[in-house]
Design a protein around this ligand. Structure first.
Ligand code: NAP
Length: 311
């Protein structure tokens, strides 16, 4: 691809798709690059109920992202599916090189999001996809009528435990403290769901099984005591869904951009330390990570790119 775009947007989550909408609508030649599915983290979300104006029952992250993508396309943003391997962000033309092509633009908006934090327990890699999942929307149906555990105590853990309760026989939330971090409204729902029980002050220590996970060893962080949660003989397998936060997808830009614990540092106009390079959404250092704040970041970044290009 030899064209020099006005702006390349890296990532098609809420931040990237909103940036694409604003950039396209602002008349910029825009390319949105995404390596996987649209929506980023919200594509893993079974229920989005706090995006303003979103009141229809049954809105999933996937359906919301699909409408965002359609809106960005309506304003002319080009799309490309590729995994970017290297970036040159100095100079007036920025270059992103992927597995399938090289892409150039006068400005770049990095909206690469974040990925689920691994548990860090023994045998994690062995059982990922064989009982251990990071996506309840994707994998809950495999555990219909079985027992599942959820690791974490934030909004994601609580919301996805509620989703899992529609399928599983019992859901045990394993949380490292004795109270949830999740928003009160979600906590109210979790505490009134009879299928959900809690293992407080606990972390997952080790996973065991044969082809599928059938034993989770949990450690009490206060007493050090180990407890085994085992699948019954009739069930034969257990599920573990991990929602213990996210890590930024920023490794590509290490050494190029200023960062804070791996998150890209920007000013309030989404500008990084390099001219013409912006960051938006969960990859950016900030306090509140919600769909609505990601979308806001994307809009600000695209408007700032327009100003930058006019200069
Ligand atoms: P989060 O808010 O960062 O919560 C992570 C949870 O995992 C916390 O309960 C934390 O425990 C626990 N944890 C972290 N590291 C751990 C470790 N090494 N071992 C065991 N437990 C660990 O992550 P999130 O729930 O995925 O949410 C991420 C962001 O998205 C948040 O800003 C959240 O508000 C937002 N979000 C919003 C919605 C919504 O509004 N509907 C839905 C999902 C996510 P501690 O509590 O002890 O720190």
């Amino acid at each position: 691809m030899h064209e020099i775009y006005d702006v390349i947007i890296l990532g098609a989550g809420p931040a990237g798709l909103t940036a694409g909408l604003y950039a396209g609508r602002g008349g910029l030649r825009t390319l949105i690059l995404e390596k996987g599915q649209d929506g980023g983290q919200i594509s893993l979300s079974s229920d989005v109920e706090n995006y303003p104006g979103q009141t229809a029952a049954g809105e999933t992250g996937v359906s919301l992202a699909a409408r965002m993508a359609e809106q960005a396309a309506r304003f002319g943003a080009d799309r490309c599916s590729d995994t970017i391997q290297s970036a040159e962000l100095d100079g007036s033309v920025k270059t992103l090189a992927g597995l399938h092509g090289t892409y150039r633009a006068k400005a770049v908006i990095i909206a690469a999001g974040a990925h689920p934090r691994p548990i860090g327990c023994e045998n994690e890699a062995q059982f990922t996809g064989r009982g251990l999942s990071f996506c309840a929307t994707c994998d809950a149906p495999f555990f219909r009528g079985l027992e599942v555990c959820v690791a974490g105590g934030g909004d994601s853990a609580a919301e996805e435990a509620l989703h899992l309760a529609k399928f599983a026989r019992r859901v045990t939330i394993i949380h490292r403290r004795d109270r949830l971090r999740a928003a009160q409204s979600i906590q109210d729902k979790v505490f009134s769901e009879p299928k959900i029980t809690f293992l407080w002050d606990s972390v997952v220590q080790r996973l065991d099984g044969g082809d599928a996970l059938n034993k989770i060893t949990v450690k009490n962080v206060k007493t050090g005591a180990l407890t085994a949660i085992e699948a019954s003989q009739a069930d034969g397998m257990l599920g573990l869904f991990a929602f213990i936060g996210y890590l930024p997808n920023s490794r590509l830009f290490e050494g190029m951009l200023d960062m804070e614990n791996g998150y890209i540092r920007t000013d309030e106009n989404m500008r990084t330390n390099l001219p013409g390079v912006y960051a938006a959404g969960d990859v950016r250092a900030k306090n509140v990570r919600q769909v609505v704040t990601a979308a806001a970041d994307g809009a600000i970044a695209a408007i700032q790119v327009s100003h930058f290009l006019q200069q």
